[in-house]
Design a protein around this ligand. Structure first.
Ligand SMILES: NC(=O)c1ccc[n+]([C@@H]2O[C@H](COP(=O)([O-])OP(=O)(O)OC[C@H]3O[C@@H](n4cnc5c(N)ncnc54)[C@H](OP(=O)(O)O)[C@@H]3O)[C@@H](O)[C@H]2O)c1
Length: 336
């Protein structure tokens, strides 16, 4: 396939408009050929804003467009699987936002649709193709910090808007689904296997019913991971990987900025004052552009999909287990 991969944007999601569409429009191997909305006027207005050729007033029309190769799905979480299945049935490849669905059972439905229709579907964990995370995974695998022992994460923001999808329980809102999924994903990505057990602690907003504060411990055997996430705490994010001989810290692990370099600190552990810290700097890049190029390459058969549905299933099982553990106040075994 020498022509550009043609993408359609499923809705006028704020995140798509502010981050993904501009990033994809800087990619060389793809073009955004269409956008849609439940509201035709909104679709037209945003098509004009971004110079997108086609604007549709319904999701059905977008996924039926025969000129499109890929549907990018940034709908609210409870609509991810339904519309990804519908796009797959229309023969379209799908890059679907995280978290991929509401449950592991839902992800399994999408795996069945992918296999039935023979298309490519991936979860949009953009971190997987950011150079800083490829560096961390390789450095740990090569033993740069000795044997990995502990992973610690934190991810928070403060959002009290009752109309935001993150504060609507029926839409799959809450901290663990929205942002706890990242420490889960990046720990699995770096360690390279699934945790065998999970313990979770969840505190819910009395008005929204969503988890506004949630913590988890993931048992990876000789590696233990712990993290805290919150939708009602001062914005912060950090990931630490501690080994027998050193330590790696990712400064902005998830919302890596598109307009300045990112940094990873590698500490050789010689003292507690940071004397042995080397700062590894990654050139300015847009992780959503890289994600779009990588997914387009997967569609062309040039590489595997960056984050497969099997990976999405692993992540979703952990998320489900955190809630099960918190509810029952006990460990949940994933691998017996
Ligand atoms: N990977 C990342 O870095 C990242 C970052 C942020 C968000 N996300 C993911 O992106 C997705 C969208 O997040 P967002 O912040 O862009 O949300 P948003 O602004 O609320 O966008 C969701 C869109 O879905 C459509 N929609 C259909 N039915 C809806 C309903 N009943 N209520 C509300 N919207 C409905 C709307 O588009 P129309 O009105 O045009 O139909 C709306 O604009 C989420 O899954 C989120 O987890 C990913």
């Amino acid at each position: 396939m020498s022509k550009k991969v043609r993408w359609g944007i499923l809705s006028t999601s704020k995140f798509a408009r502010t981050k993904v569409i501009p990033a994809l429009q800087r990619a060389e191997t793809l073009e955004i050929a269409a956008i849609c909305s439940r509201d035709a006027e909104k679709a037209k207005a945003h098509a004009a804003e971004f110079g997108i050729h086609a604007a549709y007033g319904s999701y059905e029309e977008l996924i039926a467009d025969p000129l499109l190769d890929v549907i990018y799905n940034p709908l609210p979480n409870h609509m991810h699987v339904e519309w990804s299945v519908r796009a797959a049935a229309a023969g379209k490849h799908v890059l679907c936002e995280k978290p991929l669905g509401m449950s592991a059972a839902e992800v399994t439905q999408l795996i069945e649709a992918r296999d039935k229709h023979g298309i490519v579907i991936g979860e949009a964990f953009m971190v997987a193709t950011h150079p800083q995370w490829e560096f961390v995974r390789t450095a740990v695998a090569e033993g740069r910090i000795g044997e990995l022992r502990a992973v610690q994460g934190f991810f928070s923001y403060n959002n009290l808007d009752p109309t935001n999808i993150r504060n609507i329980a029926d839409f799959g809102g809450g901290a663990m689904m929205d942002i706890g999924c990242y420490p889960i994903f990046t720990s699995r990505y770096v360690i390279g296997r699934e945790p065998r057990g999970v313990a979770g602690l969840v505190e819910r907003d009395p008005q929204f019913g969503t988890d506004r504060l949630a913590s988890a411990m993931l048992d990876y055997g000789e590696v233990q991971c712990q993290f805290v996430c919150s939708t009602q705490a001062t914005p912060y994010q950090r990931m630490h990987f501690s080994g027998t001989k050193g330590r790696i810290e990712v400064e902005i692990p998830f919302n890596a900025p598109p307009d300045r370099p990112t940094r990873v600190f590698v500490d050789d552990g010689r003292d507690v004052f940071g004397t042995g810290v080397e700062t590894v700097t990654f050139d300015t890049c847009d992780q959503y552009t890289i994600e779009g190029e990588a997914f387009s390459a997967a569609v062309r058969g040039e590489r595997p999909v960056p984050v497969s549905l099997e990976s999405a299933l692993g992540n979703m099982r952990v998320i489900e287990s955190v809630f099960e553990s918190a509810r029952d106040r006990r460990w949940v075994e994933l691998i017996r």
